[in-house]
Design a binder for this molecule. Structure first.
Ligand code: SF4
Length: 466
């Protein structure tokens, strides 16, 4: 998953809420929904934590030394909380997300100034938690709150409908949790077992996002292609069917989904890539390693050949599909031969983009205590070699776009005055000289130059895309 760090963009309202988001797009979605939950209480997002009435640190456990980073950030926030108190105000401090889920008691013990600790499944209960934390301010103990349950009720049924304007691109969580238990991953422990939202609820939320301005929706899940939601009539749909239904919604120009497990790339979904133009020709399909021995140790339950077969079927269905992936280098037991097999797989596939990391143990996961831990310098050497290969593939893919006419969905102002930026179908940022009137429109452009991580282009005079 893509790691991000985001603040907030609007400043309105009576109580100031600052949400710090670490981690993947699902955390970005969760942070937006937490702000929605708190809006009826008078909280409105602000860009900085200084002077805020409430700060939520929405954490991610995928990061190395995740808990230490949380405690370090909490130290910084504590100083702001004290400064606020010195002014006669109060800053409620909440820790949310996967580190909160995994280390909730530890956070309350080591950081007594934290008011609320909540897991990813309970943020619909935030108003009640805030009320309890506020009572603590009046000396009505106990006010500190920890809620890291996996409640029987679904938070999605209880979240308020968001009303604020929506950007051109939107995330929509359709699935949470995971039953696959990869050796290195905390998700099944922090997000729980796999849960799919009903199709009707997903379609209703998509309609609302479009009504608020979204033109591209990315469907999210820890293992999104395992989605199997209750159908509006009876039975269940798979993701391929859901994509076909969503693609019919007026106003929606583009659909994407992330993140997928290779074993859940079923026929129906692959056929959707062939048949549904709204579904972008771009897929993040993590493989993690290219050695069958390591894939077995990771409990991935597929081989390198299985992955290559799936890639072949996807390319047969959609020849221009751009693939990206995740790689973990130096999983316990990985030998030099195993790593060479990863490089072979990368050469065989040819990725447009990829994320790669050194293996680092996550407490409580099977790989953390496994024998054969690879020394750090060797992990680093392998990572550098892999990243050099992936960078070269990305550069080749971007260079191959020069001269093409591609439709770009414009999303915002560019880095320089007079520029706007959008995304190609393959998710590359594309910069053109143009006005902000282009934002929200999908327009053909001619790619004129490729940079390592983006493209530059000129607007096409004619509306014909290659
Ligand atoms: S498929 Fe594996 S890596 Fe992905 S969320 Fe599930 S357990 Fe984690």
């Amino acid at each position: 998953m893509t790691l991000t760090e985001r603040g907030n963009t609007t400043v309105t309202g009576r109580k100031r809420l600052h949400v710090i988001t670490w981690g993947c797009q699902m955390n970005v979605y969760d942070s937006a929904r937490m702000a929605d939950v708190l809006a009826p209480l008078g909280y409105a997002p602000v860009d900085a934590p200084d002077g805020a009435d409430m700060v939520i640190l929405n954490t991610c456990h995928i990061r190395e030394k995740a808990a230490e980073k949380v405690f370090s950030e909490l130290g910084r926030l504590r100083r702001l909380q004290e400064a606020r108190a010195a002014e006669g105000g109060r800053m409620i401090l909440a820790v949310a997300g996967c580190v909160a889920q995994a280390e909730g008691e530890e956070i309350l013990a080591r950081a007594p100034f934290v008011d609320i600790v909540l897991g990813p499944q309970t943020y619909h209960r935030l108003p009640e938690m805030v009320a309890r934390a506020a009572r603590a301010a009046n000396g009505d103990k106990p006010g500190r709150v920890i809620d890291t349950e996996f409640p029987a009720e679904s938070k999605f049924d209880l979240l308020p409908e968001a009303a604020a304007p929506q950007g051109v691109t939107a995330f929509l969580t359709i699935q949470e949790g995971c039953d696959r238990f990869c050796s290195f991953c905390v998700v099944p422990y922090t997000r729980g077992t796999e849960q799919s939202r009903p199709a009707a609820a997903v379609i209703a939320e998509a309609r609302r996002l479009i009504a608020r301005g979204a033109r591209e929706i990315t469907l999210l899940g820890q293992n999104v292609n395992a989605w199997h939601g209750e159908a509006p009539d009876e039975g269940a749909w798979g993701l391929g069917r859901l994509i076909r239904e969503l693609a019919e919604l007026p106003g929606l120009l583009r659909l994407r989904y992330a993140t997928s497990h290779p074993l859940d790339m079923g026929d129906e979904l692959i056929e959707a890539h062939r048949d549904v133009p709204t579904l972008m020709p771009c897929l993040h399909l993590p493989v993690q390693a290219g050695s069958d021995r390591v894939l077995a140790a990771m409990n991935r339950k597929h081989t390198a050949a299985d992955y290559l077969r799936i890639v072949g079927r996807l390319r047969a269905a959609r020849p221009d599909i751009a693939l990206s992936s995740d790689f973990i280098v130096g999983h316990p037991g990985e030998t030099a031969e195993d790593f060479a097999a990863t490089l072979d797989l990368v050469r065989d596939v040819g990725f447009a983009q990829a994320y790669s990391f050194r293996y680092s143990p996550r407490p409580g996961t099977p790989a953390a205590g496994a024998p054969g831990q690879v020394p750090e310098p060797e992990k680093e050497r392998r990572l550098q070699e892999l990243q050099a290969l992936l960078r070269a593939q990305q550069a080749r893919f971007n260079a191959g776009c020069v001269g093409l006419s591609l439709p770009v969905l414009f999303t915002g102002p560019g880095r320089h005055p007079g520029q706007v930026v959008g995304r190609s179908p393959f998710l590359q940022p594309v910069h053109v000289t143009g006005t902000t009137e282009l934002i929200g429109k999908e327009i053909p452009v001619r790619i004129v130059a490729a940079l390592p991580n983006s493209l530059s282009a000129t607007l096409e005079k004619e509306r014909a895309c290659a």
